[in-house]
Ligand binder design. Structure first.
Ligand code: UTP
Length: 236
């Protein structure tokens, strides 16, 4: 019989956006502290971390598109950048985190059976590192997936345009999937709140998604540990 999903010792997956890793402001200090936190969290439960490509990936993708590359080629370039970021973080975390980021889902699952944390970038064209994180969460029957991103949750309307926009603390999957589908296209370098395929996979498997500001490390820690956090929780 397959192991039950969601127990307190079940694995946790964290998707860290590229725009969180690199902001041109306090990056060195942030990356050092993030590495320490992930090393620490990886000791108490099996932890898998995906790293996004951020602005660097988008720059390459834009240039490649101007050069006439196909969407698949652009995705492949994006994947290389996410792997570069994974390598940087993995090297800073050090053993037992594998120094070479796994390149497939199967490899990541294999590594997670003997090491924690495991840090990786993308796998194949057609989705983002959020999608990879969601696939891993489903495959490993994770307790939760934490999306460490550049907003502190889902708002009822665009917080940049409406100062009175309110953060939604809890949202059901159908509503969230609608938001993501309306906000994304399938082009390389596109993402809004969360990967579309990833949202579908998590909803189907009943794995909760926490959306938190990835630069707020004490809060990220709470979300990973299953404590009360500031952000949005998508489930039900
Ligand atoms: P990201 O996961 O960083 O996408 O991958 P993103 O969400 O657009 O960017 P941030 O980091 O959250 O700001 C960058 C690009 O690499 C390709 C996609 O084109 C994606 O947009 N990619 C990534 C893949 O094709 N497959 C993968 O598994 C991962």
């Amino acid at each position: 019989m397959p192991a039950k999903r969601g127990g307190p010792t079940a694995p946790v997956v964290v998707s860290v956006g590229g725009s969180v890793l690199f902001r041109d402001e306090g990056d060195r200090e942030y990356l050092a502290k993030l590495s320490e936190l992930l090393r620490d969290l990886g000791r108490s439960s099996t932890l898998l971390v995906t790293t996004g490509g951020g602005r660097t990936a988008r720059q390459y993708i834009r240039l490649g598109r101007e050069l006439g590359l196909t969407e698949v080629e652009l995705d492949e370039i994006g994947i290389e950048v996410t792997r570069l970021h994974a390598r940087l973080l993995a090297a800073r975390i050090g053993p037992p985190c594998p120094a070479r980021p796994p390149t497939t889902l199967a490899e990541a699952v294999h590594e997670a059976h003997r090491a924690s944390p495991v840090v990786l970038g993308g796998t194949e064209p057609g989705h983002t590192t959020d999608g990879v994180a969601a696939m891993l969460a489903v495959r490993l029957r994770a307790r939760t997936l934490v999306n460490a991103t550049d907003v502190d949750g889902v708002y009822d309307r665009d917080p940049h345009r409406f100062p009175d926009a309110r953060r939604v603390e809890r949202m059901a999957w159908p509503q969230f999937r609608g938001l993501v589908a309306a906000g994304t296209s399938t082009e390389a370098g596109q993402n809004f709140l969360f990967d579309r395929l990833g949202a579908e996979l998590l909803a189907r498997a009943g794995i909760p998604l926490a959306i938190v500001d990835g630069r707020d490390l004490p809060n990220l820690e709470k979300a990973v540990r299953g404590e009360r956090f500031r952000g949005s929780r998508i489930d039900g």
